[in-house]
Design a protein around this ligand. Structure first.
Ligand SMILES: CSC[C@H]1O[C@H](OP(=O)(O)O)[C@H](O)[C@@H]1O
Length: 353
């Protein structure tokens, strides 16, 4: 499933499958400039750390197109700053903007038209690169699952959260592609219901058995021995291995620890932020109250009641059995393992040159 994000050369815009209305409707949203791209990110037309990074890469190109004219450089800087601030937790957003800017700095000879062409080409390269990374995560991740496993997921870290294939669902798809029989328990993941709406949708399309569970069923399911492993995605992983992911993830990890269920995180190295020392330093996004007070158009809380809507929480590294990346499965102590992973990635990239 890689058709949820595509660039239309004929329309010169980014076309996104609107994840707010899945699975009951398939509608498309066009990002034509910075405002529409930020809107798509903030309202979660597109969501998921790697998918956010790919969208931001195209968003840089769209910002350059929007800035056209006398003084475009200054306008572009303002537009890029707005784009980078669209959502605070997923490091991939800033990673993508920084990567586009660093690539531009290495090409000082580019004029305006040259930059636009270069950035569109680089955005497309980042898009295709994420597809490859997820497949590599799948190959390494397949080794942590056993034939016949029932795997619990939380939120959606699938193709819809990436360019294709997924990270947590990439691990599951990788095991299935390696011939292992896997079935999935998808936590519904209130309030945006990424599990019930998106993970179940993806796995049904792929023919991978999936059952949706209420978030508060997690303890009973594990107590009954119905969960063999947990695999989730991540929005930002700190240098010590603490991992920010959708709200509720840390609770699943604590229950997994209590019941002896191995808990894995799957993410590309672009989700690891070595400038963030530990999970306490990861900014946690607060989202609109309406996501809690309503399910779709149906109000479920009394008028005026206050709600909490933290979008993420942080799972401490000591609860994580392994971090599945495109260069392998990292094992504790993560500070060392992360440093070695980046060194291995750099060696692989140099070998390809
Ligand atoms: C593969 S990253 C997916 C990650 O992103 C989700 O957050 P959101 O839906 O708010 O973008 C969630 O934390 C997933 O695990």
């Amino acid at each position: 499933m890689d058709w949820h994000i595509r660039f239309s050369d004929e329309k010169d815009c980014l076309v996104l499958l609107d994840q707010r209305v899945l699975p009951t409707r398939e509608e498309w949203f066009e990002c034509t400039d910075t405002t529409s791209t930020i809107y798509a990110l903030q309202t979660m037309v597109v969501r998921g750390a790697p998918a956010i990074g790919v969208t931001a890469a195209y968003g840089c190109y769209l910002a350059a197109r929007e800035a056209a004219g006398e003084g475009w450089e200054a306008r572009l800087e303002t537009l890029l700053a707005d784009l980078a601030a669209a959502r605070p937790t997923a490091v991939n957003l800033r990673w993508a903007v920084n990567r586009m800017q660093e690539a531009r700095a290495a090409r000082p000879e580019l004029d305006y038209d040259g930059l636009c062409a270069f950035w569109l080409s680089l955005a497309k390269e980042i898009h295709e690169e994420d597809k490859r990374l997820c497949r590599q995560i799948g190959v390494h991740g397949a080794t942590v699952l056993e034939d016949g496993d029932t795997v619990m997921t939380h939120c959606n870290a699938g193709a819809l959260a990436t360019a294709d294939y997924g990270t947590a669902l990439g691990v599951i798809r990788g095991a299935v592609d390696a011939g292992k029989k896997i079935d999935v328990i998808a936590n519904e993941t209130r309030p945006f219901l990424q599990g019930a709406r998106l993970t179940a949708y993806e796995l049904q399309v792929d023919g991978i058995p999936v059952r949706v569970a209420c978030d508060n069923a997690c303890s009973l399911l594990m107590k009954k021995g119905m969960v063999d492993r947990v695999v989730v995605g991540a929005d930002r992983i700190a240098a010590n291995g603490d991992a920010a992911n959708k709200i509720g993830t840390s609770g699943v990890a604590l229950l997994a620890k209590h019941y002896g269920v191995p808990f894995y995180v799957a993410a590309p190295l672009s989700t690891i932020d070595r400038d963030t020392a530990d999970g306490d330093a990861i900014p946690i996004e607060n989202r609109p109250a309406r996501e809690v007070t309503h399910v779709g158009e149906t109000q479920i809380t009394p008028d005026g009641v206050e709600v909490f809507n933290f979008a993420f929480d942080v799972t401490p590294a000591e609860l994580i059995a392994g971090i599945v990346t495109e260069v392998g499965v990292l094992r504790p102590p993560y500070t060392n393992a992360i440093a070695q992973a980046f060194e291995k990635k750099a060696q692989e990239e140099n070998a390809e040159k």
